[in-house]
Design a protein around this ligand. Structure first.
Ligand code: G3I
Length: 475
């Protein structure tokens, strides 16, 4: 996103003065009061992650490793979010500061914290013109191409099985009307550098979804058209791409476009998932709250918009803190934008189809949904069904837990994996054991289910999970 456009937005906000701010705050309080009074008809999650999970999606945030010792920060992080993205710690300069010498210390702190709290991890970003280590900035040609491919391979291999989706390539298209690639040292290695990166990432981690991620592509314009043409071409030629990330950094100069949902939909129509990857919206009060609700509603209206990540937790954590673009204020209090976001999530349809596996590894068997093996929703207890997507050597299982007539305050799902199969990654639940008999327990935000209400968790594994039969018990 252009720093100038952000600056222009900030100046406009400053010029509007305190009186306007007061009026906006008052109106904001009124509207938010109305939002709180509104009770959505669908089941209502009480946190962002819980509500998103009920709709088969994630709600994530960017995390900075050096804030994991801040208890206000971690309390919100682990209460509200079921997905995390390392804000800077997985970038090239952080993970390979010297050529072929890898440092995963800070990235691991984020990954370990996420896994301990049942959160999935988006990987950001393998290949990017920015935040390259100095040694790479000084390279070109074949040496740079090989160094980039080695980087993609090493990092994706190191985190194999722990990443739900990788931003394989970030921000490779130019701004403005040209509709072409951004000039960079990577681009100068040849136009095929992007597909080479995707192929290397697939080979290194066949279970992770592979995304192209960019900004100013949120509506239909020359830049998003160029990305669209690339995705269309990749799908036609079998280049492994599963998802497109829309950063969605918005402010007065770069507002939420009117065709936001239509733009997401046209990418979905190419056969990829879409994800909102770095959402922040400068502003305050009602205007900001309404803009967040628009974005969330647009994603929920598209079954293959699989999740939303906000780019930080508190306004003071933001890369553009003065624009107060996030859902919590500097003290960690929920803002009007938080309430409108949660209400928009809760207004979404709670039954959404499960997500699909990476397209480079097509399922060898059609997804199967098994009937409940434990008490049906009509009785007490809980029931569990599995939807399985398999490919040679691996699988993703999505388990749907439904509360019986008494509801749940916690649940556990047990199943036995066939010989040779092993769990490598779990989201929205905590696993005990990884092979043979495995038990999954709810995490903090999805244990409480009202009668008949459902939530989903998932796990990825190696080997085959054909025939697994989950049983659910309340705890
Ligand atoms: O850690 C050093 C610190 O030691 C030093 O004292 C300080 C001095 O400037 O810099 C610190 O590093 C900064 C780093 O953030 C951590 O705070 C870098 O200078 C600063 O450039 C870096 O900014 C990051 C930016 O990407 C870099 O391009 C932001 O945190 C991060 O939010 C931002 O994220 C990007 C996404 O990756 C891609 N899309 C756009 C998005 C927003 O710009």
């Amino acid at each position: 996103m252009s720093v100038n456009s952000i600056r222009r937005g900030r100046q406009a906000a400053v010029r509007s003065g305190p009186r306007l701010a007061l009026v906006l705050t008052a109106v904001g309080a009124l509207v938010v009061g109305t939002m709180i009074a509104f009770t959505p008809s669908a089941s209502a999650g009480t946190t962002l992650g819980a509500s998103a999970a009920e709709r088969g999606r994630y709600f994530g945030t960017a995390v900075a490793a050096n804030k994991l010792s801040d208890s206000v920060y971690t309390t919100i992080l682990n209460r509200e979010f079921n997905s995390v993205t390392a804000e800077n710690e997985m970038k090239w300069d952080a993970t390979e500061p010297s050529q072929n010498q890898f440092n995963y210390a800070n990235a691991d702190r984020i990954v370990n914290s996420a896994r301990a709290n049942g959160q999935q991890v988006r990987g950001h970003a393998l290949a990017w013109h920015s935040q390259q280590p100095g040694w790479a900035q000084n390279m070109s040609g074949t040496a740079l191409r090989n160094a980039m491919l080695n980087h993609v391979t090493q990092v994706a291999t190191y985190y194999r099985g722990k990443i739900s989706a990788w931003d394989v390539v970030n921000e490779a298209f130019a701004d403005g009307g040209g509709g072409g690639r951004r000039d960079s040292n990577l681009q100068r290695t040849g136009n095929d550098w992007i597909e080479a990166a995707f192929r290397a990432a697939r080979a290194a981690d066949p279970g992770a979804k592979l995304c192209y991620n960019d900004y100013n592509t949120d509506g239909q314009n020359a830049k998003s058209n160029a990305v669209y043409a690339m995705v269309q071409d990749f799908r036609a030629r079998g280049v492994p791409i599963d998802c497109v990330g829309f950063q969605s950094h918005f402010n007065a100069q770069s507002p939420v476009p009117n065709d936001y949902q239509a733009n997401l939909q046209r990418f979905v129509n190419l056969g990829v998932e879409v994800q909102i990857t770095e959402l922040d919206i400068e502003g305050s009060g009602t205007t900001q709250a309404n803009n967040y609700a628009r974005v969330v509603s647009a994603c929920l209206a598209i079954s293959r918009c699989t999740g939303i990540t906000v780019w930080g937790i508190r306004d003071t954590d933001s890369w553009r803190a003065s624009g107060t673009p996030l859902l919590f204020d500097g003290s960690g209090n929920k803002k009007a934008a938080y309430t409108s976001t949660l209400n928009a999530l809760n207004s979404g349809n709670p039954t959404q189809p499960p997500t699909t596996p990476p397209t480079g590894q097509p399922p060898t068997t059609p997804p199967t949904t098994r009937p409940p093996t434990t008490p049906p929703p009509g009785g007490a207890g809980c029931s569990a069904t599995v939807s399985l997507n398999s490919w040679t050597g691996g699988f993703v299982a999505t388990i749907r837990v439904t509360a019986g007539s008494s509801g749940t305050t916690g649940w556990a799902v047990s199943l036995t994996l066939p010989s040779g199969a092993a769990v490598t990654n779990t989201w929205n639940a905590t696993a005990s054991g990884s092979s043979g008999s495995v038990q999954f327990r709810n995490v903090s935000y999805n244990g409480r289910l009202n009668a008949g209400q459902s939530t989903e968790f998932g796990f990825q594994g190696t080997g085959s999970a054909t025939g697994i039969t989950p049983t659910c018990t309340v705890s």
